[in-house]
Design a protein around this ligand. Structure first.
Ligand SMILES: [Zn+2]
Ligand SMILES: [Zn+2]
Length: 345
């Protein structure tokens, strides 16, 4: 998640995105039309999934599983513990109810209600389409491979696919338009994990492929996915915590904070759980004393943020942020006026 100093362009942002500050030019489109491709793709995929009865999988059962991952008792308990850890060992001192935390709590509610069914519909549809049209990718039962090894393999490959999708989020302009919301948070907390545009999940569907390829050999247990989600949430916490030598394997809060840094490239430290992908592709930047408390957010505030106004206006800001991907190319700053009350909490 990445940039340079305020007012300068981010090295990770697609080139054409860097100049989008100012008023719309006369005759310029009122909409970033390319962004419509994502909701159109989502609707088309879900239509195919729905018409094929979700590939024979129970939608209700899948919903129940996804709810356990996003807001199940274990997830909520983990979030509560991390909220305490953030108070005890903060990277940056923030009030408990900083406006950024309140905004991200809204995203948590949005995820628990509307995003869960959307993600389930997308995932079941993607799996149904893959099995129907790319049936050859599904391996037959491999009797000689133990089930635990299959689960480890799926898990590691899934994390690699998430890394790849995340890189695309930073390199492809239309995807960056949906991903920049996640990077716009200036008051990081564990709840920032929920601060994602609902439609960004389209780009992460490729992470389902390892599970589809090996589905005849094993399935990742829901509780392991709960652990994965909790771990990714923890990385976003406002916690001064590194993992020492273990950081060569696992993403820590100090490691992921560099991905959200205001003053520096954000297309580094793209890993979800494992740092190995960043190391293999030379995108790993390990924490130092200077990075632990670094500011986060996007230089120049290209997207409306809750810290920009004298009063936060959480709901209006939420709607503005969700509309963000579709705003015209050359009218970004007009959304929030570039204002800064100097407090922002
Ligand atoms: Zn992040
Ligand atoms: Zn990112």
């Amino acid at each position: 998640m990445t940039n340079l100093t305020a007012g300068t362009a981010s090295a990770s942002q697609p080139l054409a995105e860097r100049s989008e500050v100012g008023s719309p030019a006369v005759g310029a489109p009122r909409l970033y039309l390319a962004a419509l491709a994502i909701p159109v793709a989502a609707v088309a995929l879900i239509a195919v999934g729905w018409s094929s009865h979700w590939g024979g999988v129970s939608f209700a059962a899948a919903m129940a599983d996804q709810r356990v991952v996003v807001v199940g008792p274990m997830t909520l308990a983990v979030l509560a513990v991390i909220l305490v850890v953030e108070r005890v060992r903060p990277a940056q001192v923030r009030p408990l109810i900083a406006r950024g935390h309140r905004q991200d709590a809204l995203y948590a509610v949005l995820n628990a209600t509307m995003v869960v069914p959307l993600v389930v519909a997308l995932a079941l549809s993607f799996a149904a389409v893959a099995r129907r049209f790319l049936g050859w990718i599904v391996l037959p039962p491999l009797g000689f491979v133990p089930r635990w090894a299959v689960i480890v393999l799926i898990f590691v490959a899934m994390d690699g696919c998430n890394w790849l999708a995340h890189l695309a989020n930073h390199r492809v302009r239309v995807l960056w338009r949906f991903h920049e919301l996640h990077h716009s948070q200036e008051d990081m907390s564990v709840l920032t994990v929920f601060r994602t545009h609902p439609l960004i999940h389209v780009s992460y569907l490729i992470a389902l492929i390892p599970g589809i390829v090996l589905m005849a050999n094993g399935v990742v247990p829901t509780m392991l996915l709960v652990g994965y989600a909790g771990f990714v949430a923890f990385e976003h916490s406002n916690t001064n915590l590194g993992f020492g030598p273990l950081e060569r394997m696992m993403v820590s809060p100090n490691y992921h904070r560099i991905h959200h840094q205001l003053d520096g490239p954000q297309d580094v430290n793209l890993g979800f759980a494992l740092t190995i992908w960043d190391q293999v592709f030379h995108r790993a930047v390990f924490p130092t004393e200077a990075t632990i408390r670094t500011d986060t957010g996007l230089p120049g505030r290209p997207l409306v943020v809750e810290q920009a106004h004298g009063r936060p206006h959480h709901l209006a800001t939420l709607l503005g942020q969700l509309w963000g991907p579709f705003r015209p190319i050359d009218a970004v700053r007009a959304v929030d006026g570039g204002g800064d009350d100097g407090v922002g909490w």
